[in-house]
Write a protein that binds this ligand. Structure first.
Ligand SMILES: Nc1ncnc2c1ncn2[C@@H]1O[C@H](COP(=O)(O)OP(=O)(O)OP(=O)(O)O)[C@@H](O)[C@H]1O
Ligand SMILES: [Mg+2]
Length: 453
């Protein structure tokens, strides 16, 4: 079954091969993207998220296997079919070991390559459906999108570095900024990634429950303990334990957890024997732990034990340069998942997205985009598909009917004005969002306003 939206990226330096494949594939209703080199291919993978890739291993600028690995880092799930000439089967086999789906020998037989592509797409679609049904674990690397702002690049560098160590990480930041996502990413990037990642939500569990959940219990330890059961600490052994919403942990449990972290051993509830544990600890909270300590709700000693590698996720409004890239990422995600043709947003909708304060951060942005993709009737999301208003929307971005027939220059002037309002007149950030240099922006402001404000 070919759906119109299936995009296939052909990476081959021979124009004749690309041309031949394009004709063949377009004839079948696929959309074809082309790259001649590895350098051209990577941004296409990031921006267009093709459903399938045809890759020639012999490229002018990179080793094909290396390129394959880099593509897999961007999108672990995209199936890659290797194009190979006779006599280079060895490298095709190496490619299969590095995660390619299949290979094909040139010159192609049109019929069989079409069958192979159709089957591969079918299988990949089935896998996606399993993912959605929660039957297989989602790969964090493909879920994680790191954006382009300086703030987030710095955080990403820190994460790569601290993932290598075994240090305890304390993630702080507003709700929806991605603490849970980062915790999983840290585990994935660490040497423990083949071992369990165990998430403990400390909110909403009573003291008794949390205690037996964490430490396990022996048979007969309490009414209802009909069999002995290992706790989450035991399950996380050799892996990572993630204490989410740590501020909600009861003080009595805090004391016990602190002891385990310090002594690296514990007893099951009702148990006598001590067990050793080796876990890497990541904790997260959207509360201000210092304030919780002052109010006597959080133990200071536990705080210091956790605060070895503190990392604070910035709110989305402090990284406005990431709003549109993230929005595009979610648009792609939801149009695939919901079988829609939505490909982008109108300029007006862009301004709206960038001017909103996003109190619910990335989670809110994701939800807003999901809803818009469902509501949207065409292939682009309009401002009217976005339920953004109220006090969180900067004044300058509110809708104005008289703007419908503006000249290009007026649109540019208005847009610049809005971005500057949205960034608090920060020239550097404004230029970053607008994709121009600081001096270009400065000159445009002079032209439009006489003087930069
Ligand atoms: N870097 C990211 N790339 C893609 N999606 C993200 C990213 N960060 C967050 N999200 C999305 O936002 C949602 C919220 O993220 P997450 O649950 O990690 O936030 P949180 O900081 O733990 O929030 P809370 O404090 O409310 O628990 C995630 O389910 C995910 O879909
Ligand atoms: Mg969370």
């Amino acid at each position: 079954m070919v759906t119109a939206k299936d995009k296939i990226l052909v990476i081959d330096d021979q124009p004749s091969v690309r041309f031949g494949l394009r004709r063949l594939l377009e004839g079948e209703g696929y959309r074809v993207l082309e790259a001649e080199t590895g350098a051209q291919a990577l941004p296409i993978v990031t921006e267009n998220a093709p459903e399938l890739i045809l890759l020639d291993l012999r490229l002018p600028d990179v080793n094909g296997l290396e390129l394959l690995t880099r593509i897999k880092e961007i999108d672990d799930d995209v199936p890659i079919i290797i194009l190979t000439a006779h006599g280079t089967i060895e490298s095709a086999i190496l490619a299969l070991k590095s995660g390619a789906e299949n290979f094909f020998t040139k010159p192609f037989d049109a019929e069989s390559i079409l069958i192979l592509i159709a089957k591969t797409l079918e299988r990949s679609r089935a896998r996606r459906e399993l993912l959605l049904a929660g039957l297989v674990q989602e790969r964090v690397t493909s879920e994680f999108f790191h954006g382009e702002s300086e703030a987030i690049l710095r955080i990403y560098q820190t994460i790569e570095r601290l993932a290598q160590s075994d240090s305890t990480v304390l993630l702080q930041g507003e709700t929806g900024t991605g603490k849970g996502v980062i915790a999983r990413l840290i585990h994935r990037l660490s040497a423990r990634n083949e071992k369990p990642f165990v998430a403990v939500n400390c909110a909403g569990l009573s003291r008794e429950l949390l205690e037996s959940e964490l430490f396990g219990h022996e048979k007969g330890a309490f009414t209802g303990a009909v069999a002995s059961k290992p706790g989450l600490f035991e399950l996380a052994h050799a892996g990572t334990i993630f204490f989410d919403e740590i501020a909600e942990m009861e003080p009595a449990i805090q004391a016990r957890v602190l002891t385990v972290l310090e002594e690296k051993r514990f007893r099951r509830v009702g148990g006598i024997q001590e067990k050793e544990v080796d876990v890497r600890v990541v904790a997260a909270t959207n509360r201000n732990l210092q304030a919780e300590i002052k109010r006597g709700r959080f133990r200071e000693d536990l705080f210091y034990r956790l605060n070895v590698m503190p990392l604070t996720m910035p709110p989305l409004k402090a990284r406005r340069a990431d709003i549109l890239p993230l929005a595009k990422h979610f648009i792609l995600h939801y149009s695939q998942r919901l079988n829609r043709r939505v490909q982008g947003v109108t300029p007006k909708a862009e301004v709206l997205l960038e001017s909103y304060n996003w109190p619910g951060n990335i989670r809110e942005l994701r939800n807003v985009i999901e809803r818009a993709v469902i509501l949207c009737s065409g292939d682009r999301i309009h401002a009217s598909d976005l339920p953004l208003g109220g006090p969180e929307l900067l004044e300058s971005a509110k809708q104005d009917e008289s703007e419908q027939f503006l000249s290009l220059e007026e649109v540019e002037r208005l847009h610049i004005q809005r971005i500057l309002t949205a960034t608090g007149n920060n020239l550097s950030r404004g230029a970053e969002i607008l994709g121009v240099t600081r001096s270009t922006l400065y000159n445009k402001m002079r032209r439009y306003q006489g003087e930069p404000s």
